[in-house]
Design a protein around this ligand. Structure first.
Ligand SMILES: Nc1ncnc2c1ncn2[C@@H]1O[C@H](COP(=O)(O)OP(=O)(O)O)[C@@H](O)[C@H]1O
Ligand SMILES: [Mg+2]
Length: 334
């Protein structure tokens, strides 16, 4: 490429490409529509919108959506995460720094600790915080009045939220995998922003292997660009894109070596399953959490893995995809 660009790490890339207007936020039309209604109605009543919960896999646009909501409301957003709030004081510091109508974005809300969660309830319902000062018989409680704010929670694991916490959100939205057309639009936009020229066929090749996830699509664009740059190519052709993706070991279904490793463990060590998560994690040498949050949702989406009451099972498609059709009979599953 003629103009080398500064090196972008994943986080910088995320914020460089994060859409800042609804028009740039591709897809998820139903969610956009519903959120716009919530915001408009709240504006008409001169109130702050209900607390909102966004859930869905990593990289599908939860953080982006939270920033868009604040933007649309014309308010500031403060951002923190479940694990970052260690003490009640951390929460108090953030809440008391909000102005009327601001948004508090609480990422990984399923990882919030129980004590902090208890403090959060009255803050969400009555906009007040009851702090306990001192210890033992001398302890007193102090009530702090808070500005009216909107909490936006984001999580990859909604099932881990306690019912009382979940119930305090006025609306919950699930972000799903994108369709091919939307991912192509996202890739084209990123190409424009990063000053990368791509043939439509190259865009398509990248989109097909992007796991239908914007963050992955953007990461692949960046990595394919590296290949083009090394070859001094002015434009990314289909051939360059496919060669780059093959070299990166991203296969035609968007699986990377670590995804295939899980399927291989399932097929080769457990005869295709069913096997429990714990055993599968141990055999694949992965964390259970990572399998649940990162790998499994996409493998299930592709129809390569199924969750049954007895455990994880590899599908016929998984055997074929990995070229292990000959092991299928022996599994006794099909
Ligand atoms: N709907 C979208 N349209 C365009 N780009 C998007 C969209 N959703 C996500 N992205 C891109 O993907 C990246 C990851 O999105 P992010 O909101 O951080 O995901 P999450 O918080 O769900 O992990 C963002 O930086 C943005 O560039
Ligand atoms: Mg996020």
């Amino acid at each position: 490429m003629s103009t080398p660009l500064p090196k972008l790490d994943e986080q910088t890339l995320d914020s460089a490409l994060r859409p800042s207007s609804w028009a740039d936020y591709v897809g998820q039309d139903k969610i956009k529509e519903n959120i716009q209604v919530i915001i408009t109605a709240a504006k008409q009543r001169s109130q702050s919108p209900d607390h909102l919960l966004f859930y869905g896999n990593s990289g599908l646009g939860k953080t982006t959506l939270a920033y868009l909501v604040a933007n649309e409301m014309g308010k500031k957003i403060k951002s923190t995460s479940g694990p970052a709030l260690e003490r009640a004081g951390d929460l108090a510091a953030i809440l008391t720094n909000l102005s009327e109508g601001d948004v508090l974005f609480l990422d990984e809300i399923h990882r919030i600790n129980k004590t902090i969660e208890e403090y959060l309830y009255p803050a969400l319902e009555e906009y007040k915080l009851n702090l306990i000062l001192g210890k033992g018989p001398m302890a007193r409680t102090m009530e702090l009045k808070l500005p009216k704010f909107t909490l936006i929670g984001a999580t990859t694991r909604p099932g881990l939220l306690s019912a009382p916490l979940r119930n305090r959100f006025g609306a919950t939205f699930q972000l799903n995998f994108y369709n091919l057309e939307d991912i192509k639009k996202i890739i084209e936009r990123s190409g424009r922003l990063l000053n990368i020229k791509m043939e439509p066929e190259a865009v398509k090749a990248i989109a097909e292997r992007s796991r239908f996830t914007p963050r992955v699509a953007n990461r692949l664009v960046k990595r394919v660009r590296d290949f083009a740059q090394v070859q001094n190519a002015e434009i990314i052709t289909e051939k360059i894109a496919k060669h780059a993706l093959d070299s990166l070991e991203v296969d035609l279904m968007g699986l990377e070596p670590s995804d295939r490793n899980i399927l291989l463990a399932l097929i080769e060590k457990f005869n295709g399953g069913p096997v429990g998560l714990q055993s599968l994690a141990a055999a694949a040498m992965e964390e259970e959490e990572t399998i649940l949050d990162i790998y499994e949702p996409y493998l299930m989406q592709c129809g390569l893995l199924e969750r049954t009451p007895k455990g994880r099972v590899a599908t016929a498609l998984a055997y074929n995809h990995l070229g292990l059709g000959h092991l299928r009979k022996q599994s006794g599953l099909f």
